[in-house]
Design a binder for this molecule. Structure first.
Ligand code: KG4
Length: 333
């Protein structure tokens, strides 16, 4: 089944063409990061307008690069939640128009289900059930993935998402937006034990997480140093921070996999690109005899190939929509 897929949840406009879920014919991504960098974060109005400006050309380019005709397409999959509502509406309305014009099914895809599906593209042999930690800019959740379209959240953040915490910490360190990658790069030469940072636990909820205390601790260290006129060792603060985030994520995920009896463990989302988190997962999963799946960097961030992949499984499960499809800023997975 040949699908056109569309992703506009935040600041990437993406269009892909996939065959039978896992084969990616083309994966076009236009990042708006430069447009937002000057503001230190995503400006929703600018994001929506930029999606409108580029989405048609991106889809035309995708069709050309895939070497197909528009009429070969057999369905249109689209991220319809969660995300910035104005941004989502651009993608949803574009997908509706294409599906209507070609008279093919319209397939709504939950963005986080898409992130999980990035692993199916990277690992053709991977099939559910497995446990998945989804860590992105807006979401941090531990998922019990029983089947392609049957999954539930067993733990999640009580406050900031892991990516949000990276971005806010990067801002106070003067590293710009988005901040995950620069923190990762800076941390490479730092001492991860130099700064003592908190790792929160939530009493009675072993799989839930919290990042706001960690973020505040970093801000306090920086403000205290500024007031006393002391220098901050930025690489070491970045390394200590990355170690703390990893310590919040990795042991919980491993414990959940072992307690629920899973042999397969997947990680997904933009923060899965982090080198410290990848290294810690690889080490601990190896020790515990768990099979670990982490997508390559390009498939960690927002892209439309993952939406096409999950869209195929949603279609097989009968999950299609009519022209009344709406977009949702928040939605249960
Ligand atoms: O999945 P994603 O592209 O977008 C959402 O669906 O939210 O994730 C974006 C997040 C941003 O917060 C970004 O700073 C973070 O992923 N990120 C990283 C790294 N690369 C991107 N965080 C930590 N280390 C990285 N190397």
């Amino acid at each position: 089944m040949l699908l056109l897929s569309v992703e506009t949840t935040c600041d990437e406009t993406a269009v892909a063409i996939t065959r039978n879920g896992r084969q990616v014919l083309t994966d076009q991504i236009f990042s708006q990061a430069d447009l937002h960098a000057v503001y230190g974060g995503v400006v929703p109005e600018i994001a929506s307008r930029s999606h409108v400006e580029v989405i048609t050309q991106l889809a035309d380019r995708a069709v050309k690069e895939a070497g197909i005709k528009k009429t070969d397409l057999e369905g249109v999959a689209v991220s319809y939640a969660p995300g910035l509502i104005g941004a989502l509406l651009v993608g949803v309305n574009f997908a509706k128009s294409v599906a209507f014009a070609l008279d093919v099914p319209l397939i709504p895809v939950h963005h986080i289900r898409g992130h999980i599906a990035a692993n199916y593209i990277a690992y053709p042999e991977l099939e559910p059930p497995f446990l998945c930690l989804a860590i992105s800019g807006g979401n941090t959740m531990l998922m019990d993935v029983r089947d392609y379209t049957d999954m539930s959240v067993i733990g999640s953040t009580r406050d900031d998402a892991a990516g949000e915490c990276f971005d806010k910490t990067a801002r106070v360190l003067g590293l710009g937006y988005p901040g995950g990658k620069p923190i990762d790069e800076l941390s490479q030469t730092g001492d991860d034990k130099k700064y003592d940072l908190p790792r929160a636990h939530i009493e009675g909820h072993p799989y839930d997480m919290s990042f706001s205390g960690l973020k505040t601790a970093v801000i306090n260290i920086i403000h205290n140093a500024e007031q006393k006129g002391q220098e901050i060792d930025k690489p070491s603060l970045a390394a200590s921070f990355s170690a703390a985030v990893s310590d919040i994520l990795v042991p919980r995920t491993i414990a959940a996999a072992l307690e629920l009896g899973y042999k397969k463990l997947a990680v997904a989302g933009g923060v899965a690109a982090n080198s410290r988190i990848r290294r810690d997962f690889t080490e601990v999963a190896g020790k515990e005899g768990l099979e670990l799946y982490i997508p390559p960097m390009r498939l960690c961030g927002d892209n439309a190939a993952m939406i096409g992949c999950q869209g195929y499984y949603e279609y097989l499960a009968g999950n299609t929509a009519g022209p009344e499809l709406n977009a949702y800023a928040t939605l249960e997975i």
